[in-house]
Design a binder for this molecule. Structure first.
Ligand SMILES: Nc1nc2c(ncn2[C@@H]2O[C@H](COP(=O)(O)OP(=O)(O)O)[C@@H](O)[C@H]2O)c(=O)[nH]1
Ligand SMILES: Nc1ncnc2c1ncn2[C@@H]1O[C@H](COP(=O)(O)OP(=O)(O)O)[C@@H](O)[C@H]1O
Length: 207
């Protein structure tokens, strides 16, 4: 795969761990970061908008996109399909923007295969009780759905060590500052410096 100017980040967590709240806070403070908007076949929740949280798509269109090789990665999560389309991600990276993929562990595995320089970050809740409270507090899911999400959460969390970094989202501000530090560190990698500051590096080495 071609080299791009921006960095690619994978952000995964069990539902309710706080990843959306964290990345929204990061986005509001960091003008160089964008979130990739996924396609999904799940129903929009109250307050969600097509093209903002997700592109809400029917199963037939989603399967057509798979057949057209339009996805960078895709997976079935709960009973729905989710996928990241190739075009917008690569155009943002090409513009030098850092891109966050908010995807599950199955999608993360596919991205690592295709794009090994992607950096994986896993968000953990401080406890299972806290996770359940946050899911209930969000008020978007029925009891039934919450129980299913809780059992899926344990499965999702069992993959945390496939990621480069893990953050426990207990105190929100602490977790946010850890996330920001990871982004800052990634931008100082020598490979990124060479790509972005080639002229400076040539000058510095010119004696
Ligand atoms: N593989 C993959 N997973 C995704 C994508 N978009 C969202 N997901 C994952 O699908 C799961 C369910 O997401 P969602 O329905 O928004 O519920 P939420 O996690 O409770 O907000 C989460 O684990 C997301 O990370 C995607 O494009 N690809
Ligand atoms: N550190 C935290 N402490 C307490 N509540 C939190 C914290 N981080 C997020 N939340 C709350 O938990 C709920 C789930 O967060 P959300 O970002 O929607 O999770 P996810 O995107 O991982 O499913 C939201 O109501 C959010 O305000």
């Amino acid at each position: 795969m071609d080299k791009h100017k921006g960095n690619l980040f994978i952000l995964s967590a069990p539902s309710g761990a706080g990843k959306s709240t964290l990345y929204k806070a990061l986005l509001s403070q960091d003008k160089n970061v964008r979130i990739s908007i996924s396609h999904t076949t799940r129903e929009a929740r109250k307050g969600e908008e097509h093209g903002r949280e997700y592109y809400f798509t029917d199963v037939e269109d989603f399967l057509d996109m798979i057949a057209d090789d339009a996805f960078f990665e895709h997976a079935q999560v709960f009973d729905n399909y989710y996928g990241t389309s190739k075009t917008s991600v690569f155009s943002m990276l090409e513009q030098g923007l850092d891109v966050i993929l908010e995807i599950d562990w199955q999608g993360a595995r596919q991205v690592r295969q295709l794009y090994p320089e992607a950096l994986g970050i896993f968000i953990l809740p401080p406890s299972l009780n806290a996770l359940e409270e946050r899911l209930r507090g969000r008020g978007t899911d029925s009891d039934d759905v919450i129980q299913r999400r809780m059992s899926k959460a344990v499965n999702e969390m069992s993959h945390y060590d496939e990621y480069d970094f893990a953050i426990v989202n207990d105190d929100f501000d602490t977790a946010l500052s850890q996330l920001q530090s990871i982004f800052t560190a990634m931008r100082s990698k020598t490979t990124v410096m060479r790509e972005k500051h080639g002229n400076l590096i040539n000058d510095l080495l010119s004696l």
